[in-house]
Write a protein that binds this ligand. Structure first.
Ligand code: ZN
Length: 355
């Protein structure tokens, strides 16, 4: 809650308190006193509590620019890119921001009689006035249809920067030791849209490499020792595979569906092999189909196949034809697929039960 809103609450609760005292109403006194006390505390400590936004209707022309708090705090790794985007936005669409400020049509420049709150047809020129809002500053603009397409194209860049920010930011605790590579790539002047992919690929590769190295050390140990040592290795393999799933998601997001398909098949293949490895090195624990299902991320893969109009048969062909031995070459691609099939069947059963 911003300070201004708290001020209103303080004034209103104080008025109620006065009213309560003058009419000797204990209930109103207690309630208004508590609200007053809480809001004074909030103001003092500058707490930030979310409240439902109230829509304020604007009337007439206004040249006052409302200084909204720019929602840039959460952007950390690509802050420069967002700042560049904001500058571009300001320069490229200065006219359109002015049209909104002065309430004139973006096509013919006629002054409109009322402030419009959504895209509308201009009654003077009969062309459409498109209303857009800058998602970061919340400032509005009026655009012609053609310029609206340009704005949407420009806005896509903003949402892409955020998409990649959201991939990088929450995983930083795992990536910490690899962050130098991230900054090295970024220093090359790479756009966030191009830096995340090689970085995630690098992290996955490094984790794989470490896991392989450790796996080779335990591969000949007696069963019990192997089981003890394998936990950390399996975890690393899974973390590496998580990176490849992210790459598949990026490829999907960028509409590179062939690459995404190939990556998803690879991830599924690796997930099966890692789960078998987990099973082999831990004879004391029983692995179930549900573990395969979760490790393979069947839900995610199904969503991808469905959105891109691929069949399970397409996926199967890619899986069997294009995989190379991962860590357990003795389990053929066909054999590995059997695990996927079982997992798919379980997924479908569970999915049907939920309907
Ligand atoms: Zn017009």
């Amino acid at each position: 809650m911003n300070n201004k809103k708290i001020d209103y609450v303080i004034v209103i609760s104080a008025l109620f308190l006065i009213a309560g005292i003058s009419t000797d109403n204990k209930v109103i006194n207690i309630i208004s006193f508590s609200i007053l006390l809480i809001s004074l505390l909030l103001k003092k400590f500058d707490f930030d509590i979310p409240i439902v936004k109230k829509k304020v209707k604007k009337t007439g022309k206004t040249n006052k620019t409302t200084s909204r708090k720019v929602n840039i705090d959460k952007i950390k790794y690509f802050r420069d890119d967002i700042n560049n985007w904001l500058n571009e936005d300001k320069l490229e669409f200065a006219d359109e921001y002015n049209y909104y400020e002065n309430n004139v049509c973006a096509n013919c420049g006629c002054v409109l009689d009322t402030k419009i709150t959504s895209s509308k047809t201009c009654k003077f020129c009969n062309k459409k006035i498109v209303l857009r809002t800058n998602k970061i500053t919340s400032k509005k603009l009026f655009l012609s249809e053609e310029r609206a397409r340009e704005y949407d194209h420009h806005d896509k860049k903003r949402s892409e920067i955020l998409f990649f920010e959201n991939i990088i930011a929450p995983r930083i605790s795992i990536y910490e030791k690899y962050m130098n590579e991230f900054y090295r790539l970024k220093d090359k002047g790479y756009d966030p849209r191009n830096v995340v992919w090689p970085f995630i690929g690098y992290v996955g590769g490094e984790m794989d490499r470490m896991a392989y190295k450790e796996f080779m050390k335990i591969v000949n140990l007696p069963e019990k020792r192997m089981a003890e040592e394998s936990f950390e290795i399996i975890r690393k393999f899974f973390l590496a595979n998580t990176q490849y799933y992210i790459m598949a998601e990026i490829a999907d997001y960028k509409e590179q569906k062939d690459i995404a398909m190939n990556l998803y098949a690879d991830c599924a293949y690796r997930a099966v092999q890692i789960t078998i490895l987990d099973d082999l090195s831990n004879p004391f624990q029983e692995l179930k189909v549900i573990d395969y299902m979760n490790n393979i991320n069947i839900g995610k893969i199904f969503k991808f196949l469905k959105n891109n109009e691929y069949s399970i048969e397409d996926f199967k062909n890619n899986f069997i034809e294009r995989r190379h031995p991962f860590i357990l070459p003795q389990f053929s691609n066909e054999k590995s697929w059997e695990y996927v099939e079982e997992a798919i069947n379980l997924y479908k059963r569970l999915d049907n039960n939920n309907r």
